[in-house]
Every structure is written in structure tokens, then in C-alpha cells.
Design a protein around this ligand. Structure first.
Ligand SMILES: [Zn+2]
Length: 259
């Protein structure tokens, strides 16, 4: 039976919660893969090497190239003399092999399936093994996700619904059960924010920072820069939906009602 172990990286903070979850997955007979080694950190690398003692790691994989997930991947892979895999190169990461939607990686007796889930980042991947999904930053335990591309993000969530998942292992925070309920909540939360943002615009807000002040008043101020990026993603989607117009400097206007 496969075994899953979480090793928390030493990078707690407003954007990372308790820190990045590095997941060790082994097939039950010792063949293993490392998911999201995290930032460059010698002590975290030493802990990973210690936990991998006695196992046969065959690959290091990353969900995406943000600095709290990927930079330790190449050094760890080199140390273990195994390949590093990811969707594409990014800051501090250069995959030995690229993964795309539908790629698979055989880890001894288990098979890791790759699902491309753009939205939080263009290069974001989720990894499925049996009824377990490693979600990276696509779905997080206990905090809301910064989104770069809202249309694609919602599509990527919808695609995971009703696919027989039983457990989510996120890049930050605790494991989650009842994935379909969690995914429904994420979609509903995003749609609610989308309408709140449109209402703020109708009430006179004309920039992302004005919207953050109104819509994210309940969110800790240290997270407002992150919220502003998600608001930009909502604005782009509102424009694509024809509900607002955006000038080149991203000033918002509401088109006159065509009727
Ligand atoms: Zn990220």
C-alpha cells in the first residue's frame, strides 16, 4: 500500500501559511518520489535526505515554479542522482524532463498522473495517485489562493470535480477530505468575489487598490498585495465577459448599457 509523508519546510509566512509541504510518496515497497522540495534550505534538504534513507527515490517533481516550491528541486535531484520533473523552466528551476497534461510517471507499483491546472500559475500541475490528489497551490488547506488567470483557474477547478477523488494533499496547510465539497466551495468563493468586485465597480471603485480596500476589508492587510493580484485576474475576466472596459493603465470603466 502506498505511503504518504509530509515534511514541512522552514518557511512560514503570510503567503505560505505554516510553510511549504514537501510530500514523500512511496509505493509501499520503497520506490519513492519527492513532490515540491521547497525553497533552498540546507536543513530541509538534510531532513529530506534522512527521510529518504532506505527508500529508492526515482524522481523529484514540482507542482509549479514559485520560489516556495521549486528551487530545491534541482539540488536535491543532483544529490540523489535522479531527474527533476516539472511543466517548464522557471526562476530557480530547470526540469530534466517536462511534464504535460496526461503525462504519467511510474513509481514502482503506483502511477502518478499529471493534470495541468493553470490559474494560480500558468505552469501549475496537480498530481493524482489513485484517489489522492497533490494540489500544490491550486487548492490550499485553510487559506485562499492567489490567482493569476481567473478564467483558467475556474476551468481547472471544474475539471477536477466528480472525478472520484477522496483526499487532497495541498502545498500549504492540512490534508482535506471530501474533495468535491472543497472544490465546490472554492468555485463558489471565487464566483462570490467576482460579483462583489463587480458591485464595488458599480458603486464607484475604479482601480484594483480601491477594490481591495472595499472587498477585502475583512482580510489582513499584509495579504492585500496578494489580493490585488487576484483582483486583477477578476478584472481581466470581467473585461473578457464584456461587463467592464479596461484602459491600457488598467483604469476601469463600465460600458454603457447597450439596450
Ligand atoms: Zn505558488
Amino acid at each position: 500500500m502506498m505511503r504518504i509523508e509530509r515534511i514541512l519546510a522552514n518557511n512560514p509566512g503570510p503567503f505560505t501559511g505554516p510553510g511549504t509541504n514537501t510530500w514523500l510518496l512511496d509505493d509501499g515497497s520503497g520506490t519513492a518520489v519527492v513532490i515540491d522540495p521547497g525553497p533552498i534550505d540546507r536543513s530541509h534538504m538534510d531532513r529530506l535526505l534522512e527521510r529518504l534513507g532506505g527508500l529508492q527515490p526515482i524522481a523529484v517533481v514540482v507542482t509549479h515554479t514559485h520560489p516556495d516550491h521549486a528551487p530545491l528541486a534541482n539540488p536535491l535531484a543532483r544529490e540523489l542522482e535522479i531527474p527533476a520533473y516539472g511543466h517548464s523552466p522557471g526562476p530557480g528551476f530547470d526540469p530534466d524532463s517536462r511534464l504535460v497534461d496526461g503525462s504519467t510517471l511510474d513509481v514502482g507499483q503506483i502511477r502518478l498522473e499529471v493534470i495541468h491546472t493553470p490559474g494560480h500559475a500558468d505552469d501549475h500541475l496537480c498530481f493524482r495517485v489513485e484517489d489522492v490528489l497533490f494540489t500544490g497551490d491550486h487548492i490550499m488547506g485553510g487559506s485562499s489562493v492567489m490567482v493569476e488567470d481567473m478564467g483558467r483557474y475556474l476551468d481547472s477547478l471544474t475539471r477536477l470535480k466528480d472525478t472520484g477523488l477522496n483526499r487532497l494533499h495541498p502545498g500549504h496547510g492540512e490534508e482535506m477530505e471530501d474533495p468535491d465539497r472543497v472544490i465546490d466551495w472554492y468555485i463558489a468563493h471565487r464566483r462570490q468575489r467576482h460579483e462583489q468586485i463587480f458591485e464595488a465597480i458599480q458603486a464607484g471603485a475604479r482601480s484594483a487598490s480601491e477594490i481591495v480596500g472595499r472587498v477585502y476589508a475583512d482580510v489582513d492587510r499584509s495579504l492585500h498585495p496578494l489580493a490585488a493580484r487576484s483582483v486583477e485576474a477578476h478584472l481581466t475576466l470581467l473585461r473578457d465577459q464584456g461587463r467592464i472596459a479596461l484602459s491600457t493603465d488598467r483604469t476601469i470603466s463600465v460600458p454603457p448599457d447597450p439596450s
